[in-house]
Design a protein around this ligand. Structure first.
Ligand SMILES: C[S@@+](CC[C@H](N)C(=O)[O-])C[C@H]1O[C@@H](n2cnc3c(N)ncnc32)[C@H](O)[C@@H]1O
Length: 239
């Protein structure tokens, strides 16, 4: 009985961690009511229902249409799309753009090979106009239950492929912060600010990144040339 109460309390606590995401953004003076938001792993929407009302709009993508009723009940004000988010991002070029993107991604390996947020984050730029806030779950120190041995071997392999030759059973926040900054730079985004918010110590954190499209040097130089050639005209005295 005591254990059940403890589990229920812990579950509620995880949900409430989402409030910390909102508080962090408010401290950064982000006006949430101006932002269009999307969740790419909707589930039953329990966690998302805590934050969805803060935004101008909220869209949800989820693969499993069996959760339809529960999702509608938990988060009726959202636009809901049933699709494979990973495939949709991979195969569609023109998609609506969002200012806040949350990936409440499953842990371990799901489907044949997909794993955590690894298969989706490389295409995240397709949902961003110039800048966006991203929130995704990072597993710093996974449990590898013995009974899921085969699946866990694949999970470990996928973590190694993604994070590289490091101890993937115990990743530090510092390493991860630098890793994601580098990853975003590689897909042409600078990090404006970032923060990790503990969801379940010592395993799971929400990683929050505000990213902005890098200014292309070529474009910058072209703009300067345009200004230089306009200069005589702009400074010309009119008689
Ligand atoms: C951790 S749950 C999400 C919890 C949810 N955001 C909430 O507010 O309670 C992960 C969800 O991702 C969904 N999912 C897994 N693979 C997916 C995919 N490729 N595309 C869309 N949804 C997927 C699963 O069906 C599951 O419902």
């Amino acid at each position: 009985m005591l254990n059940t109460i403890k589990t229920i309390k812990e579950k509620k606590l995880f949900l409430l961690r989402m409030n910390e995401v909102i508080n962090t953004l408010k401290k950064e003076n982000i006006e949430l009511k101006k932002l269009n938001a999307i969740e790419l792993f909707g589930g039953t929407g329990k966690t998302d229902s805590i934050i969805s009302n803060h935004f101008k709009s909220f869209e949800i993508w989820e693969i499993d249409d069996e959760v339809k009723d529960e999702l509608n009940k938990n988060i009726g004000n959202a636009k809901i799309v049933f699709c494979d988010s990973i495939k949709r991002l991979e195969s569609t070029e023109k998609l609506s753009k969002f200012d806040f993107i949350i990936l409440d991604n499953p842990m371990s390996v799901f489907g044949e090979r997909n794993c955590e947020h690894f298969d989706i984050i490389k295409n995240i730029g397709k949902l961003i106009d110039d800048e966006a806030i991203l929130v995704f779950l990072v597993n710093k120190k996974p449990f590898f239950y013995n009974k899921l041995r085969t699946k866990n071997e694949l999970w470990k392999k996928r973590r190694k492929e993604f994070y590289g030759d490091v101890d993937i059973t115990n990743l530090s926040t510092e390493f991860l912060m630098n890793f994601y900054k580098e990853l975003f730079l590689n897909i042409d985004y600078d990090t404006i600010f970032s923060k990790s918010i503990s969801r379940h110590k010592p395993h799971l954190d929400y990683f929050l990144f505000k990213i902005k499209k890098k200014v292309k040097i070529k474009k910058l130089i072209q703009n300067q040339i345009d200004w230089i050639s306009l200069f005589p005209l702009l400074t010309r005295k009119i008689d």
